[in-house]
Design a protein around this ligand. Structure first.
Ligand SMILES: O=C[C@H](O)COP(=O)(O)O
Length: 318
């Protein structure tokens, strides 16, 4: 991860001046999706880059130590060794960006990765994920517990009630408290954009989260009915760009929720490249939160290497 965002004073004047040109954002989102994608070796290289940016996630009620263990194995071996050998990438130490779990599974995840001799960061969701509707004291305690248990990245979720009511100062103060509770752990702030009502609110919430010291801003929990969309992403990455121009601080971006195909991963990478530039195309500043995307990427790499699509038994861990 890049150096921490210490945050800055809340600038309510900047927030009140925000206006988003929705038709222009929708047009640009359409254009990005309809681009011809990269092909052949370039595609394989981009897909491997996408793998290194995945926060490999399990956030289910039936998560157990054994499925977390399996996920950690996959994070350490995201693509079959022989496939990597075929494209001469077996020495490249391809790992996922992080493993992301509920707070109750952090200890299992830390242990599984440690036993595997692997330094992939453990990310924990917190603050009453996904709704963020538990008392502030409980939400803060949850952050501290996840950090004590070994999480080095905390995905906090904002209080949408404050954002919808335009109570930006209270939102800023809450996020600052979460930032403090994170200690040395990096903080990703989930906006729950599908529940923010407008693109203008998405931009404003992005600014507040960055001013309050978020190291990343993240679109969604994956549990809202609308999760990571390209128009929302454009608004968020432009807020990141404007914040960087004004403060010199680079904040990362994490789309999450419903990103399942290798093709979508390529669109996300090109959106970042075009809007923020190559500096952001690393796991330090870009992550994709996804539970099933890796399987499709591995299938595409298999197809690239062998010329045919994999049967289920070819990639049983996908
Ligand atoms: O933060 C990550 C998301 O919860 C993953 O969502 P997904 O299961 O739709 O990939």
């Amino acid at each position: 991860m890049s150096s921490r965002n210490e945050g800055c004073e809340l600038d309510l004047g900047w927030i009140s001046r925000v206006v988003v040109n929705q038709p222009a954002v929708l047009r640009r989102a359409e254009q990005i999706q309809s681009r011809r994608t990269v092909k052949k070796d370039w595609q394989a290289a981009w897909l491997l880059r996408a793998v290194t940016c995945i926060d490999l996630t399990t956030l289910s009620g039936d998560d157990t130590p054994s499925n977390v263990h399996r996920l950690c194995f996959k994070a350490k071996h995201p693509i079959r060794d022989d496939l990597l050998r075929s494209i001469k990438m077996d020495d490249s130490d391809i790992l996922t960006g992080a493993v992301c779990v509920y707070p109750a599974r952090v200890k299992d995840t830390v242990k599984a990765l440690k036993d595997a001799g692997c330094h992939i960061p453990v990310a924990s969701v917190a603050t009453g994920f996904p709704a963020g509707q538990t008392p502030l004291k409980t939400r803060l305690e949850e952050v501290r517990t996840a950090v004590d248990d070994g999480a080095s990245e905390i995905d906090i979720v904002i209080n949408r009630t404050l954002a919808l009511a335009g109570r930006w100062k209270e939102l800023y103060e809450e996020i600052r408290m979460f930032r403090e509770a994170c200690g040395e752990a990096h903080m990703k702030t989930i906006l729950g954009t599908g529940e923010l009502g407008s693109l203008t609110n998405v931009y404003k919430a992005s600014l507040v989260a960055m001013m309050a010291g978020s190291d990343f801003i993240k679109t969604s929990t994956g549990k809202e009915s609308v999760n990571a969309t390209y128009p929302v992403a454009l608004v968020m990455v432009r807020a990141i760009r404007d914040f960087y121009w004004k403060t010199g601080i680079k904040v990362g971006f994490k789309p999450a929720g419903g990103i399942r195909s290798a093709k979508e991963a390529l669109v996300w990478l090109s959106l970042i490249k075009e809007e923020l530039g190559d500096d952001w195309l690393t796991p330090h500043l870009f992550r994709i939160g996804a539970s099933t995307l890796l399987g499709d990427i591995e299938r595409q790499i298999y197809h690239h290497v062998t010329g045919r699509y994999a049967a289920h038994h070819d990639l049983p861990m996908a």
